[in-house]
Design a protein around this ligand. Structure first.
Ligand code: ADP
Length: 323
């Protein structure tokens, strides 16, 4: 059964590979620029060259003609190779430019966003007395929208760093339980607003792990954020931290919307959002898990999950215990 399923999937993948229109739409390019179109052109060229060589060598018996024909084949293959090479260099350059643009734009956006943060914080603390209820509510809204933008810009910066192999993690001894508790303090009020219960199961004494405090916090925040975001009101989230050989494992289980079976393989892809999640929750970028996976793996850990649509999800990751 499993074998038939895999065979069918392979066949479907193969058919999809030659759906030129779909590929052009997905990649945002013209049909003649799609890799499959180029593949077909190269294939046809190779066949023509082979046939031409065959007929030339058949009709002319002299070795000179054969040598010339072979030289021509080599020249054609060489030209094709050069074209492909040029194309790849161009693509790599474009990809690099895109990452640099995202990186520069995010850096530039951070300064004004931080300024808005400080100003609104000042209004909400020092000048709070001079504000009426409605004004206070408006400023609180500005503050939380600004926080969301700061998070988005930080995510984009991290993605650009990952793409350029420049995500630097400072490996140090980290108190993992403390990070989880700090994140929970922030997330519990949000969960309560939607009547979602959060329960934690852990020992009080846990070994330190190898991590980068700020980045590990990002991973934990992302998983908590998703669990709350994709769980219906009245739902339940269970967190478990346990020791498994040389690793500390974190597990977060929810009874939310889950992920459709056919999309499970794409969850850690950059910008991926499942169809049901997009319908259920418009807010989201599809960057959180991509960043989390890169951070965890760079720290020597692993990240994985199980999910069933309309039943729930369990996301887990491990980090090496510090010696
Ligand atoms: P997003 O900003 O969309 O939440 P993520 O990278 O954090 O981006 O997650 C990628 C996608 O994985 C989500 O859009 C959603 O489809 C799916 N997903 C992640 N966590 C959960 C969860 N706990 N329950 C259901 N779906 C989830």
């Amino acid at each position: 059964m499993e074998f038939c399923k895999n065979k069918l999937k392979l066949k479907l993948d193969f058919v999809n590979d030659f759906d030129l229109e779909k590929q052009a739409r997905d990649l945002g390019i013209k049909i003649w620029q799609t890799p499959s179109f180029l593949f077909i052109v190269f294939g046809v060229t190779a066949v023509i060259i082979m046939l031409a060589t065959y007929f030339i060598s058949k009709n002319y018996e002299s070795p000179e003609v054969l040598v010339i024909a072979e030289c021509l084949v080599v020249v054609v293959v060489f030209i094709v190779e050069m074209l492909v090479n040029k194309f790849i260099v161009q693509l790599t350059r474009l990809n690099k430019m895109k990452s640099e643009f995202v990186s520069i734009a995010s850096h530039q956006l951070r300064t004004p966003l931080s300024a808005i943060k400080w100003e609104t914080e000042l209004l909400l603390t020092k000048f709070k007395k001079g504000l009426d209820k409605k004004q206070l509510k408006n400023i609180e809204n500005i503050y939380s929208i600004n926080q969301r933008m700061i998070r988005l810009v930080n995510d984009l910066l991290d993605v650009a760093r990952i793409d350029q192999n420049r995500l630097i993690l400072i490996k140090q001894k980290v108190d993992f339980l403390k990070i989880v508790e700090e994140v929970m303090e922030e997330i519990i009020p949000k969960a309560k607003l939607r009547n979602i219960e959060i329960e934690i199961d852990t020992k009080k004494e846990l070994p330190m792990v190898v991590g980068d405090k700020e980045k590990v916090q990002i991973v934990v925040e992302n998983l908590f954020d998703n669990a709350v975001k994709y769980t219906n009101s009245g739902g339940k989230i269970r967190v478990k931290i346990s020791k498994n050989k040389q690793y500390l494992e974190f597990e977060i289980k929810d009874n939310g919307v889950g992920i459709p079976e056919e999309q499970i393989g794409r969850v850690f892809e950059k910008f991926f959002r499942s169809d049901n999640a997009t319908r259920y929750q418009t807010e989201g970028t599809g960057l959180g898990l991509y960043i989390a996976k890169n951070i965890v793996e760079q720290l020597g850990g692993k990240i994985w999950f199980k999910s069933i649509e309309n039943v729930g999800s369990v996301f887990s990751f491990s980090l090496p215990i510090s010696r």
